[in-house]
Design a protein around this ligand. Structure first.
Ligand code: BJW
Ligand code: ZN
Length: 249
C-alpha cells in the first residue's frame, strides 16, 4: 500500500489522539549526515558500538575511545537538524502533548526546537569524572582525555555504555509517557538495544497504536500497527501535512 493510502487510513486514529510519544534512534539523524550505528555501509561498520561503547574499552585504551567520541562530536556539531526533526517539532502545534524519547546523543532534537526531550543514552556534550561523577565542562580547545580537578580521575563521555544503567529519572519519565500516550511513533531505530527497545513493545501491550517509520524492517516491524517504510525526513513531513490538512477542514 502507498504511504499516502496508509496516512489516509490513519486519519480517524489521529483525530482521537492527544498525547504522542516519538521514540527515536540514529536513523532520524541519518539525513543530517550523522552515521547510524548498524548500517552495513555506515562508518561504524569497522568500529562496533559493542566494542567501543563500554567501560572495559575505555579502561583499556582511554585515548582511543576518547578520540572516537571527539570525532563524533565534531560530526554532530557540523550537522544541522533535518526535516524529520522539524516535523517532530511541528507535531507540538497539532497535539496537546508530544514527548520525544530519544536514544540519540547528538542533541539534534533540542537544536530543532523540540521541548519535551528524554535522552535515554545521555549526550555527547556532557562529561563527568569516572571516579567521583563530578560533571566536567569540556573546553573546545582541549585535546586528549582530561583529568578531574577534584580527584584526578579520568573524565569520561556522559553517555550510557553497554552494561550501564540508564539514568533512572529519564527512564521513569519515558516509561510513564509511554503508558500515558495515545499514539507511539518509533522512528529510525533498529529496536535491538534494551531496555530502550522495550518501550514500543510496552506501548503495544497496552493497546496503544504503534507506528514505525524506517526504510528497513526491524524486530518491531511485524508487530507495529502501521509501518511507514521510508526515510524519516520524507515520511514525517508527509504525516504532519496530512494532519494539518485534516485539521483545516
Ligand atoms: C532510518 C533512516 C532514515 C536509516 N530514516 N530511519 C545480551 C548480551 C549482552 C548485553 C545484553 C544482552 N541482552 C541485553 C543486553 C543489554 C544491552 C543490550 O541491549 N545489548 C543488545 C545489543 C543485545 N543493553 C545495555 O547494556 C544497556 N544497559 C543495561 O541493560 O543495563 C542493565 C545491565 C547492567 C549490567 C549488565 C548488563 C545489563 C545500555 C545500552 C546502552 C546503549 N548505548 C549505545 C551507545 C551510546 C553512546 C554512544 O553513542 O556512543 O546507544 S549503543 C548504540 O545503540 C547507541 C544507540 O542509542 C543504540 C541504539 O541504536 P539505534 O539508534 O537503534 O541505531 P541503529 O544504527 O541500530 O539503527 C538505525 C536505524 O535507522 C536502522 O533501523 C535503519 O534502517 C534506520 N534508518 N536511515 C529513518 N533516513
Ligand atoms: Zn573526580
Amino acid at each position: 500500500m502507498l504511504i499516502a493510502d496508509k496516512l489516509r487510513e490513519l486519519r480517524h486514529i489521529l483525530s482521537e489522539v492527544n498525547h504522542v510519544v516519538v521514540f527515536t534512534g540514529a536513523g532520524i539523524s541519518a539525513e543530517s549526515g550523522v552515521p547510524t550505528f548498524r548500517s552495513p555501509d555506515g562508518i561504524w561498520a569497522k568500529f562496533k558500538p559493542e566494542e567501543l561503547a563500554n567501560i572495559n574499552a575505555f579502561m583499556a585504551n582511554p585515548q582511543r575511545v576518547w578520540e572516537w567520541y571527539e570525532h563524533r562530536r565534531t560530526v554532530v556539531d557540523q550537522a544541522t537538524p533535518n526535516p524529520g526533526h522539524y516535523a517532530i517539532v511541528a507535531l507540538e502545534s497539532l497535539f496537546d502533548r508530544v514527548d520525544v524519547i530519544t536514544q540519540n546523543v547528538d542533541g539534534l532534537h533540542a537544536r530543532a526546537g523540540s521541548r519535551r526531550i528524554h535522552e535515554l543514552h545521555g549526550s555527547l556534550h556532557a562529561h563527568r569524572c569516572l571516579e567521583c561523577s563530578t560533571p566536567y565542562d569540556l573546553a573546545a580547545t582541549e585535546e586528549g582525555v582530561p583529568h578531574c580537578p577534584s580527584c584526578g580521575g579520568l573524565i569520561r563521555p556522559g553517555v550510557v555504555w553497554f552494561g550501564e544503567d540508564l539514568p533512572q529519572d529519564v527512564w521513569q519519565r519515558a516509561e510513564t509517557s509511554t503508558r500515558e500516550c495515545d499514539l507511539f511513533l518509533s522512528v529510525g531505530t533498529s529496536t535491538v538495544v534494551y531496555p530502550a527497545a522495550q518501550l514500543p513493545f510496552l506501548a503495544l501491550s497496552l493497546g496503544k497504536h504503534v507506528i514505525e517509520v524506517n526504510p528497513e524492517a526491524t524486530d518491531l516491524t511485524r508487530h507495529a500497527d502501521t509501518v511507514l517504510q521510508g526515510a524519516a525526513g520524507e515520511i514525517l513531513p508527509e504525516l504532519v501535512a496530512t494532519i494539518r490538512s485534516d485539521r483545516s477542514k
